[in-house]
Ligand binder design. Sequence first.
Ligand code: CTP
Length: 407
Amino acid sequence: MSGPDKTQGLAGQRLLLCVGGGIAAYKALELVRRLRDGGAEVQVAMTAGAQHFVTPLSFQALSGQPTRTTLWDSAAEQAMGHIELARWADRVIVAPATADLMARLAHGLADDLVTTLCLATTAPIMLAPAMNHRMWQHPATQANLATLRARGVQVVGPNDGPLAEGESGPGRLAEPHEIVAALAGQAAAQVPQDLAGLKVVVSAGPTYEDLDPVRYLGNRSSGKMGFAVAASAARRGARVTLVAGPVQLPTPAGVDRVDVRSAAQMHAAVFAALPADIYIGAAAVADYTPREPAANKIKKSSESLALDLVRTPDILAEVAAQTQALKLVVGFAAETNNVAEYARRKLEAKRLDMIVANRVGIADGGFESDQNAMTAYWKDGERSFASAPKTRLADDLMDLIVERLDA
Ligand code: CTP
């Protein structure tokens, strides 16, 4: 079902949250949770001051990523250098932005991790200031604010109200839900709506073929790629139906989700979702299913057991064979060897417009990983995508799909 509108546009976004040293830093914890609920990937960097108020571990627990605290951490730098982190971000949020941090940003200082990241990134920056109201109203802070705004920095808050010191005035950190709404609005405005008016059906995840009431044949597909593809299409304005096999993943914002278990159910759900303009078969559909699932639990009797399996309908090939409105049919191929050859064979045999192949069975890639490398093939071309998070790959793949639609 559709996600809350307020977070629409955040799914799959890579957000770098820079936390400054103020008492409002505790609210940044809730901000991380809300951003992740909206489907964003969040990495957190903290100033030294921020660590007096909240621990890096708290952010780590909520973001699911190591919290960055210094430029001089060789282990963290080796995993992802600070320049790489600055480039990784789609957007940077500074919350709370203290008077000191705003001054340092306005003057382009790079004397700690947070200011260096803000100077090194080309991503849009959003500030959520929080400070004593006299510090906020001081001409120095207001001049810094004007400088930052003139450079395109977006500012949310501060709100007027009671402050930590017992005083009252403008200086309260904007509420996490207000920051999320501002970010989501900005995100939606940035994404090209080039799939507006189109219907996209995506299949994702594995299928489970029941052998008896307690056992099934399944596979290791995580569904992450298909979910990322559905999220990406929805962000670009498409109406998206996501037919999902059994996976525990949150529904991307703005996507209609239909949960299924078996290949037969997936087949029915996909055809019920048609007609569509684009079909993307990212599911790892079982090729075989038991001829007749046992009504009762199969008991062990002899030394070996032969299963009687029959072919499942090839959903992708059937979709590609019917012409109702479909402008583009995209398949996926997971191969352990001869990737290009097998992929091109499937492209032709199933009469697809495009096939996206990846190698499985290698370290750091494939089914359960968040990362992947892949190559898309079409009749007279191909494009390789270097190993990247699946959310990024999905956006790059969607760029290609839009290109091929227009081709
Ligand atoms: N697919 C499908 N219905 C099936 C089987 C596969 O729609 N019953 C789709 C998948 O969603 C994917 C593509 O077909 O887009 C995978 O192709 P397939 O030839 O089934 O791949 P493998 O099962 O890996 O084939 P093989 O074992 O022959 O390599």
